[in-house]
Design a protein around this ligand. Structure first.
Ligand code: 3PG
Length: 219
């Protein structure tokens, strides 16, 4: 069994959540993210193109860390890993998907929304969890509240994060990376607005750098 504490997002800070229809643009997207200083992606299984997008991003930008998102079933987990996904993310905690990842040493970041789900995951040895949908659940206040009983859990808060609240999330000591779709929204992707995506990545990189400096100063 893998040690699921090996965290694929350790240095990430921010993971763009990607929902993409056009496989042929995956290389352009990867290039914009890398140039913008965010060489990470969570490619959601919300479009049939997802496995081919993962494959294309990995082959065209091998320096990227590309995970699969919205992995709801074992079948999707299998297709994602075959396509080259380096880790799996789910919005929910599904024991079949988690066990599938554990048995194959594939890092899996399941979604949690309550202390009970965090505890279930913690008991299984998971240490990195997606907190979704974080803004609706209580935002930064929820992260701070969970840190007391679960000091060794690192969260990937996702859902409602924007350039306006990114710094506040990134400063939290129990946040390993923030997730969000605004860097490369479905609209920007379908409009092929790669300059906008690059600009959003560069802006987010700047916000993250400052927030991380503030976090280390506070330690
Ligand atoms: C996800 O799948 O992680 C969310 O849909 C991303 O949430 P956001 O669109 O509010 O960033």
């Amino acid at each position: 069994m893998t040690d699921l504490r090996d965290d694929p997002l350790t240095d990430a800070g921010l993971v763009p959540v990607i929902t993409m229809d056009r496989v042929d643009d995956a290389g352009l997207l990867a290039a914009a993210l890398v140039e913008g200083g965010i060489p990470y992606a969570e490619v959601t299984f919300r479009t049939p193109a997802a496995p081919r997008v993962i494959d294309r991003m990995r082959s065209e930008s091998p320096q990227m860390m590309v995970g699969a998102g919205t992995v709801l079933t074992v079948e999707q987990a299998d297709r994602a890993v075959r396509a080259g996904a380096q880790y799996l993310v789910s919005p929910a905690f599904d024991t079949a998907v988690v066990s599938w990842g554990e048995e194959r040493s594939v890092p899996i970041i399941p979604g949690v929304a309550t202390a009970t789900e965090v505890n279930t995951a913690w008991q299984r040895g998971l240490r990195t969890l997606k907190l979704f949908p974080v803004e609706q659940l209580g935002g930064v206040g929820l992260l701070q509240a969970l840190r007391g009983p679960f000091p060794d859990i690192e969260f990937v808060p996702t859902g409602g994060i924007t350039p306006h609240n990114l710094a506040n999330y990134a400063r939290q000591p129990n946040v390993v990376a923030c997730g969000g779709s605004w860097i490369a929204s479905r609209e920007a992707l379908s409009g092929r607005k790669f300059d906008d995506i690059l600009a959003a990545a560069q802006e987010a990189s700047k916000i993250l750098r400052r927030a991380r400096e503030q976090r280390s100063e506070a330690r």
